[in-house]
Write a protein that binds this ligand. Structure first.
Ligand code: GLP
Length: 248
């Protein structure tokens, strides 16, 4: 596990953008798993400001709401197009977002040769993509019911519209097959979930805890999101501290 703790959300974005740009420089046809939500936005904006050619990258989304009309601005298909594909110059034909039961997504990922680099956010309740607490750790892409916490946390982009009750999400087993996981979290509201995910037991109660089992995990946090990591040793300068778990 490689953990970087940076000053703020902008610094997290710049760090993750550099990591992605470096991977694309080595593999112009990188299969990039994209997280949605607010956390990765600074990373996408920093990537868009960079000079690298990202037109060969393939984008795979983690999840999507069920039952929204096509093109709904709060849908993750619209998010990926608006916040990632268009600013990065990735053609729409290179974008895959789960739909329906999700079985087709598993086939598309297999046809792409798997996900090379997977960006991940984390829910306040420890959810990973839309794998809510209680999800099987070997689950595959499927339709799930959203918890009330998640529906409340995700309400803003829906305005007056009701937040969907269900979503289709890559399973935890599916996510773990990506070659490199990059978990991002910013803000104090994520501190408890981050601490549980990185230092607690690997358990369905905190789906994000499975990242501990991956052989290539990078965690990028701001200081507020890292504030629950008691007992971890900080090494390095204030702007780019590296954290090492005492047991690692
Ligand atoms: C959403 C998404 C997740 C995302 C998480 C955190 O429900 N399905 O993929 O990582 O919640 O979102 P945010 O970054 O806005 O806090």
């Amino acid at each position: 596990m490689d953990v970087a703790v940076l000053d703020d959300a902008e610094a997290v974005g710049a760090h993750v953008a550099a990591l992605v740009a470096d991977a694309v420089a080595r593999h112009p046809d990188l299969v990039l798993g994209v997280a949605t939500g607010g956390t990765p936005l600074p990373a996408y904006r920093a990537l868009a400001r960079g000079s690298g050619d990202l037109s060969g990258v393939r984008l795979v989304a983690l999840d999507e709401y069920v039952g929204l009309p096509p093109g709904h601005p709060a849908s993750y298909a619209a998010y990926v197009e608006r916040e990632v594909a268009t600013p990065l110059g990735v053609p729409s034909a290179h974008v895959v977002v789960p739909q329906g039961s999700g079985a087709a997504l598993e086939r598309r990922i297999a046809a792409l040769g798997g996900v090379d680099l997977q960006l991940l956010g984390i829910g306040r309740n420890g959810h990973l993509a839309f794998n809510e607490p209680g999800s099987q750790l070997d689950s595959r892409t499927r339709v799930v019911a959203l918890s009330e916490t998640t529906r409340r946390d995700n309400a803003a982009p829906f305005g007056v519209d009701p937040v969907p009750t269900h979503a289709v999400t890559q399973g935890i087993g599916t996510i773990l097959e990506a070659r490199h996981l990059v978990l991002l979290a910013t803000g104090a509201a994520k501190a408890a979930a981050v601490a549980a995910a990185l230092t607690g037991p690997v358990t369905p109660d905190c789906p994000a805890s499975v990242v501990q089992t991956h052989r290539r995990l990078t965690v990028v946090l701001d200081a507020a999101a890292a504030s629950g990591l008691d007992g971890w040793r900080l090494v390095g300068g204030p702007a780019a501290e590296r954290v090492h778990h005492p047991q690692l």
